[in-house]
Structures are given as C-alpha cells and as structure tokens.
Design a binder for this molecule. Structure first.
Ligand SMILES: NC(=O)c1ccc[n+]([C@@H]2O[C@H](COP(=O)([O-])OP(=O)(O)OC[C@H]3O[C@@H](n4cnc5c(N)ncnc54)[C@H](O)[C@@H]3O)[C@@H](O)[C@H]2O)c1
Length: 372
C-alpha cells in the first residue's frame, strides 16, 4: 500500500504531514512511502533525510495519487482532482467550514478522515492532533506576546531599578490555554485564568495561576468536555464582568472556542480601551471570528494603544516539532486503519472502530459528516 505525502500549498503552512522518523515506522509496517520533493523543506526536513529513512521522492501527481494521502491542510480543488477514486485521505479538514472540500472529496470517491474529529478518549490520546497542535499554539502564543510586549515578563531587580512581573490573563483554559499558562509561568508572569467550564479550576491552580471566579450565572460545560454557548444573558454578564476585570492585565491570551460556532466575544472594545498603552492581546480564536471583535485574522494591528495579534496558525510557527507530533499522531491513527491479509496490507472497515468511524467525513461517494 502506497502512502503519499504532498507538499502543503496553503500560504503560511510550513508543516508537513510526515517526518523521516515516521517514514521509518511506516516502512517497518510494510507501507511504501512516496514524499513529494521538498515537502519537508519549510519544516527543515531534507529530501535526503526522507530517502535515508526509506521514502521515495516523487512529483506532486504521484504523491496525491497514492492509496493513502496524508496532509496537514484542506486540499484545494486541483489537489482533489489528482486523488485516486477509492483512495483514503487523512488530514485536518475543518469540516464545519469546508463543505466544498467535502463535496469534492465525496464526488471523487475518496474516503476522507478529518483528524480533528478523532474523539478525545484515552484510547485515542496518541492520535489526538487537536491536543498536540493546541499545546504548541499555547506555547508559541506566549513567545509572541513576550516579543511584542514593551516590558519584561519576569520580575527584574537591577542596579538601574526594578521591574514588576507582567500580569497575564488567559481566557479559555483548554489544551492551548493550559500550555499558555504553563509557559507564561515559566517566564515569570503573574498569571490568572478564566474558563466557563468550572472543572478546569484545579488544573489552572495546579499550574500556579489564579482562577478568576466570575459569576456568569450559568455553567458553560457542554458535551464531551467541550464548552457550550452561553445564553444571551450569560454572554452579557460575562462581557461586563470581564471588561472590568481585564483592566489590570498587561497581556491577554484568549483561546475560547465552541465547536462549530463563532468564537464567543469576551474582550469588548470597551475592555480594550480600558487597557494601558502598550498592552498586548493575543487572540487565538481569530480564525473563528475572534474573542475580540477588534482583532483581525492573520494581522497584527494597534488599536487604542493595544497590539492585537490575530495569527491563525501558531503550530506552523514551530514547524519542526509541530510536524513531528502530527506525524506521530497520524502514524498511530493509520495503524488502526489497516490489517495484514495474506502478506499484504488491507483496509479495515472504518465503521467498525469508534475512532475511525467518528473521523470519517466522506465514504462511498457521499458526505457522511453531520454538523453537531
Ligand atoms: N484525551 C483526552 O481525554 C483529552 C485530551 C485533550 C482535551 N480533552 C478535553 O477536551 C475538551 C476541549 O479542549 P480544547 O482545548 O479542545 O477546547 P477548545 O479549543 O474547544 O476551547 C478552548 C477553551 O475555551 C473555553 N471556552 C469556551 N467558551 C468560553 C467562554 N465563553 N468563556 C471562557 N472560556 C470559554 C472552553 O471551555 C475550552 O476550555 C476539554 O474538556 C479537554 O479537557 C480531553
């Protein structure tokens, strides 16, 4: 069975779906791995390293025409055209927002697995790309904040005077938020955090940060550990309480998301106006509408004296490790998709395993994904 690794084409995407270490593992399982020339270049994996690991270097058509295509970003129509009818694709597909890609994949007869739909269960933990990439995003967001903030993060005592530790507030303490808290603590910030799921209070405290106790009058805990949308009343109460509370922050890192919905507005324009000159807002939800209506996707803007950073692909800013983690997740996923039959690798029935079933979005020429 042939695996194809095409070079990613979305602007700003520097990751690659497989790295040389994973190629060795795939070859050890009996796969033939075909990597498009220079596919790993932007993540600093050379063609030579892939060849040494056992891969064949191929052109774009051959990589996309493989039995199994591993990708990071949603394939463009021209890429889907080159895929094999009856082939399998594993990629981030953001199925809530990309119906056209699903229609194209179904029309081509490709069985597509959207890897962000892998359930957050213990058995699927080693395949959980959302977590591996969100952890990187949380870390990189703090590095970004530190480079934009015009003062120190840690307390500094020098002969030229003393600087206080920066006050950093994290909104949304899922995987990205918790890693942001941990990284900001390591850099010496004074950290506070808020989440609508009360269950995260202890996790926030265990990282040495203060849990912000906001009474929004309702719990935001939804199904499967995810948050649910607050009522209109709840949203207003939360915005009003945060506008007051956020005045003390020097840096705000917001990560609040609700699956398949626009991101909740947590930082109003009044809250931005309440911040001191030189403050920084890192809006990790910028791709989903933003937690702050003033942030702009993929832009850094200054409004009311505050830097608003709207980068939408932080994992791509750490492409080496992000690709290595992603490749490991995908190797573990692919391992449960195949079995050996008479000395050859064959597909299992994806509908019979809860992980592959949950991730399958197109099969047999149809879209089988249902929006939550
Ligand atoms: N294998 C596992 O068991 C496993 C692995 C990873 C994550 N998880 C769980 O999956 C769930 C989702 O994690 P995620 O990081 O993907 O979350 P996410 O990216 O969907 O959302 C980020 C955070 O924003 C919060 N949020 C949403 N609306 C908010 C609002 N109005 N105000 C403040 N915060 C708000 C959410 O509660 C969440 O913590 C969590 O319960 C997490 O613990 C489980």
């Amino acid at each position: 069975m042939k695996i194809g690794i095409p070079k990613e084409t979305i602007p700003g995407e520097f990751r690659v779906a497989t790295v040389p270490d994973a190629v060795k593992k795939f070859c050890g399982k009996g796969f033939t791995v075909c990597v498009e020339k220079s596919a790993g270049e932007s993540a600093h994996f050379t063609d030579e390293a892939y060849v040494q690991a056992g891969a064949q270097l191929v052109g774009n058509d051959e990589a996309l025409g493989a039995d199994l295509v591993l990708k990071v970003g949603v394939p463009a129509p021209g890429e889907i055209d080159k895929m094999k009818s009856g082939g399998v694709l594993c990629s981030l597909l953001d199925p809530c927002r990309n119906e056209n890609a699903l229609t194209g994949l179904a029309g081509k007869g490709v069985t597509a697995l959207a890897v962000e739909l892998i359930p957050r269960t213990t058995r699927a933990q080693s395949m959980d790309v959302l977590s591996s990439q969100a952890g990187i995003a949380g870390y990189r967001a703090i590095i970004e904040a530190a480079s934009r903030y015009p003062r120190f993060f840690p307390m500094m005592m020098t002969s030229a005077g003393a600087a206080r530790p920066a006050k950093l507030i994290v909104l949304g303490a899922g995987v990205a938020g918790l890693q942001a808290i941990a990284t900001a603590r390591r850099l010496g910030c004074d950290v506070e955090a808020f989440d609508v799921r009360p269950a995260v209070r202890e996790e926030i405290q265990s990282l040495g940060a203060k849990f912000i106790d906001l009474d929004v009058g309702e719990s935001g805990a939804g199904e499967g550990g995810y948050a649910k949308e607050l009522s209109e009343e709840g949203k207003k109460r939360q915005q009003a309480a945060l506008t007051e509370y956020l005045k003390k922050a020097n840096i705000i890192v917001s990560t609040a998301l609700i699956p398949c919905r626009d991101a909740p507005v947590l930082i109003t324009e009044d809250a931005v106006k309440g911040l001191a000159e030189g403050s920084v807002i890192i809006d990790l939800a910028a791709a989903s509408g933003g937690n702050c209506p003033l942030s702009e996707p993929d832009q850094v803007v200054v409004k009311h004296g505050v830097s608003l950073v709207g980068h939408t692909n932080y994992p791509s800013m750490v492409p080496g490790d992000a690709s290595a983690f992603y490749a490991r997740n995908l190797f573990n996923l692919v391992s449960i998709l195949v079995e050996e039959k008479e000395g050859n690798l064959a597909w299992k029935d994806f509908a019979e395993d809860d992980i592959s079933k949950a991730a399958t979005v197109t099969r047999g020429g149809e879209i089988v994904y249902q929006k939550p």
